[in-house]
Design a protein around this ligand. Structure first.
Ligand SMILES: Cc1cc2nc3c(=O)[nH]c(=O)nc-3n(C[C@H](O)[C@H](O)[C@H](O)COP(=O)(O)O)c2cc1C
Length: 185
């Protein structure tokens, strides 16, 4: 397959089973992620990998963080939150350490993190690894960031679920390029 065909065929997979990516595949994915455009070479991106028991522990942290934010949770809701990280054999928490820089506002650092995550997703797809980028309320929960030992100015860019595609029936929503692109001459 030509590189452009690979680029055009990426899609998210909400059903992911074992196995997760191999160490070699992960290495390629991070090489790609760390080649994202990055104004002033701040390298603001951070990645934390969770698998096996660490996924269960992360689910406990999701519950704890939600409770600390003041929400009353039924036993069913607790179980639902706890099981979220278990949707795939591997979950990567992608984050950005925001830095003060005279020429690089935070928005540029966040955009760079988005580009880094997209590079990671593409490198997963190129190697046949299924992936999905998710967030949800928990991604913006300050208590979770403390429980994950985040740095002072570190925020979550997303949760990247990784594994083997299990048949995602969702179709890509059709689009027309002209709805999004204007050309000036
Ligand atoms: C920052 C960000 C956060 C997202 N969070 C979620 C999410 O929490 N739940 C979800 O179903 N999709 C989420 N998505 C969208 C999916 O990753 C995916 O792009 C979408 O389901 C469309 O599928 P596609 O990538 O195959 O086009 C998010 C995307 C981005 C860029």
């Amino acid at each position: 397959m030509q590189p452009i065909d690979l680029l055009l065929s990426r899609k998210s997979h909400n059903k992911l089973k074992s196995p997760g990516p191999t160490s070699e595949q992960l290495d390629v994915m991070f090489q790609a992620a760390l080649r994202a455009p990055d104004h002033a070479m701040l390298r603001p991106w951070r990645y934390r990998i969770f698998e096996k028991q660490a996924l269960e522990d992360l689910g406990d942290k999701f519950v704890r963080a939600t409770q600390l934010s003041g929400q009353e949770l039924s036993p069913e809701k607790i179980e639902k939150i706890r099981s979220k990280p278990l949707r795939a054999p591997m979950l990567i928490v992608a984050s950005v350490v925001l830095q003060e820089h005279p020429k690089v506002p935070h928005i540029e650092q966040i955009l760079s993190a988005g580009a880094s995550v997209q590079n990671l997703l593409m490198a997963a797809h190129f190697q046949g690894v299924g992936a999905m980028w998710r967030t949800g309320d928990i991604a913006f929960n300050d208590h979770l960031m403390k429980l994950l030992d985040f740095e002072e100015d570190e925020i979550i860019a997303g949760f990247v679920y990784l594994g083997t595609e299990e048949g995602d029936k969702r179709k890509v929503k059709p689009f027309s390029i002209s709805d999004f692109v204007t050309r000036f001459e």
